[in-house]
Design a protein around this ligand. Sequence first.
Ligand code: HEM
Length: 136
Amino acid sequence: MIAVQITRWVASIIGLGALLLGLAFWLFQINLLNVHMLFGFIVTLSLLGLGIAMLFSRGLRLLGIISIIYAPILPIFGMTQDGLLIGDLHWLIRIAHMLVGIGALVLISLIGARYQALKRNPGKTALKASLSSEKG
Ligand code: HEM
């Protein structure tokens, strides 16, 4: 429980850092791409780790499988994007890479929230538990 929540919050903060560094490169040509990529790999490993952990949580296995499939897409896309759609339309690739990154952060948050709700209401499925804990 505690390991999942720590991973969730650390990955979210580092992911936000990756987003800001990516935007700093894109908008202001501040080149801290090495740090950006390191942060990106930490996000990837966190998502992979959470995904594997969710395989052992009843009701969260599908989210686990989605995360395990999604996680490698982030670095593969990140490392290859500079050769994709070179020219006037390259901004589309940049937006796509950013959205894939934000998608990973959303998945991490979703896992954290559903997992927490499930632990609070162990009798319910993950979705029902998170919906009822949102209602209060
Ligand atoms: C292992 C994961 C990642 C790798 C290897 C990676 C790699 C890169 C590289 C090489 C660039 C520069 C591209 C260029 O030369 O135009 C870049 C830019 C960028 N990245 Fe990432 N990145 C990763 C994860 C993320 C994440 C998690 C986010 C957001 C949450 C993100 C958001 C951005 C943004 C906004 C840019 C600037 C726009 C662009 O050039 O695409 N990246 N990334």
